[in-house]
Design a binder for this molecule. Structure first.
Ligand code: GLN
Length: 231
């Protein structure tokens, strides 16, 4: 079982997409960010080393299922269809889908203005889902990208009119790209981030929940947020 393998190998493996600042991003050879710090605390609690496997966001669910990784920590939103495939920990952050436009854009001021526009989102994410089945938006021309940063590049090149992406990542990208801004109104109601494990890995899930509780109760989680989220 997973717990035995973790102890035998002396390592626990986190799956992520390290192109999602401030949760996971590359800094030289290292992968740092909020999720990386939470994962390190989980590894410490297990008494093993942390290994991080970086892959496309869309590849994460199958990597978890096949045993390539032990858990997903990726600003990963709890979603009913994902809950059928994996078990989720307690939540650690609320987020929304932010709307990013060029600073000089004066046609997209509210979420409603997304109707009929060219929108960029990140593949496999909740932001993409928003424009698929039962979308509240009409006549959208959707383009999906491997990374939020690639979508922002196309926004700057005027190939899309807006990008819809998780708010903290959007803020991080806005810090790097002075020509873009976030609208005040989000594109969808709030979602919650949590860590996903294989179905039935209850002991690992319990350790993750214990770790999250300790991080919350001690104020350490708040410190981690402050370290990576500037307002
Ligand atoms: N929160 C979004 C989702 O779970 C995006 C996460 C990500 O791109 N890392 O779909």
């Amino acid at each position: 079982d997973t717990m035995k393998r973790i102890k035998d190998d002396g390592q626990v493996i986190m799956g992520t997409n390290a192109a999602f600042p401030p949760f996971e991003m590359r800094q030289g050879d290292a992968i740092v960010g909020i999720d990386a710090e939470i994962a390190q605390a989980i590894a410490d609690k297990l008494g093993v080393k942390l290994k991080i496997e970086d892959m496309d966001f869309e590849a994460l669910p199958s990597a978890l299922k096949s045993g390539k990784v032990d858990f997903i920590a990726a600003g990963y939103t709890i979603r009913p269809d994902r809950q059928e495939e994996a078990d989720f920990s307690d939540t650690y952050l609320k987020a929304v889908q932010a709307i990013i436009v060029l600073k000089d854009n004066d046609t997209i001021k509210t979420a409603e203005d997304l109707n009929g526009k060219r929108i960029g989102t990140q593949e496999g994410t909740t932001g993409t889902d928003l424009f698929r089945e039962n979308s509240p938006y009409k006549d959208v021309k959707l383009t999906t990208y491997k990374k939020g940063a690639d979508a922002v590049l196309d926004l700057k090149n005027k190939r899309v009119d807006a990008v819809v992406l998780d708010n903290y990542t959007s803020m991080a990208l806005a810090d790097l790209n002075p020509e873009i801004k976030l609208l005040d109104e989000p594109a969808a109601p709030p979602e919650e981030y949590a860590i996903a494990v294989r179905k039935g890995d209850t002991e690992l899930l319990q350790t993750i929940n214990d770790t999250l509780k300790e991080l919350k109760d001690s104020g350490k989680l708040e410190e981690i947020f402050k370290k990576y989220i500037s307002d």
